[in-house]
Design a binder for this molecule. Structure first.
Ligand code: ADP
Ligand code: MG
Length: 174
């Protein structure tokens, strides 16, 4: 086993939760690209976006993706990482991409349960459900196109982890 697992999906899909658990189960290192960007820039994502704009954030994100990509890692990515064709190609060429797929209503429900929802600024200024619907309409194809494996994000983090581990042990992910 000598691989990189990239976890992609919208905000609230469970990328951080599942990624941590999976890394722990596999004895891999867990990395979150948003966390890496915040550490290296010493700014929150919200501050980077409000002060420098989305375009600059997206550039930092692409750099971060390549900086953290080393074998035996589970890398949880930001929801918009798949917007860049370069990022999609990079992940496909350097590892296995797992899409945690969830509906807009599930995502919105989870995000509304997080009061300290300061990690990411609103993309559009609309309600969370409307926002997630728009985000998925724009991104669902890209998530699916990029993914090697699509997993129902409504399964428990433990079930998702067991499923991915099984795919590795059986050679489906190699
Ligand atoms: P992401 O990193 O994709 O934005 P998080 O891992 O931060 O998502 O999870 C968002 C919220 O959803 C958290 O409150 C988390 O506890 C919850 N959550 C994550 N995965 C699941 C799951 N498989 N089932 C139910 N709730 C989940
Ligand atoms: Mg996260």
């Amino acid at each position: 086993m000598n691989q990189i697992l990239f976890i992609v999906g919208a905000r609230g899909a469970g990328k951080t939760t599942v990624g941590k658990l999976l890394a722990n189960e596999l004895s891999y290192t867990f990395i979150d690209t948003d966390h890496h960007i915040q550490q290296t820039s010493n700014m929150t994502i919200a501050d980077i976006v409000s002060q420098q704009g989305w375009q600059q954030f997206r550039q930092l994100e692409s750099q971060a993706l390549q900086q953290v990509s080393q074998s035996n890692r589970v890398i949880s990515t930001g929801g918009g990482i798949i917007l860049s064709a370069e990022n999609r190609q990079y992940m496909r060429q350097n590892g296995t991409v797992i899409y945690l797929q969830a509906s807009a209503s599930i995502l919105a429900e989870r995000l509304m349960q997080q009061p300290e929802n300061t990690q990411r600024p609103s993309l559009t200024g609309k309600s969370i459900v409307e926002e997630m619907e728009e985000v998925l309409a724009a991104r669902e194809n890209l998530y699916c196109e990029c993914a090697n494996h699509i997993i129902n994000a409504q399964l428990s983090p433990e079930k998702i982890t067991a499923y991915v581990k099984e795919m590795i042990l059986s050679g489906i992910i190699s």
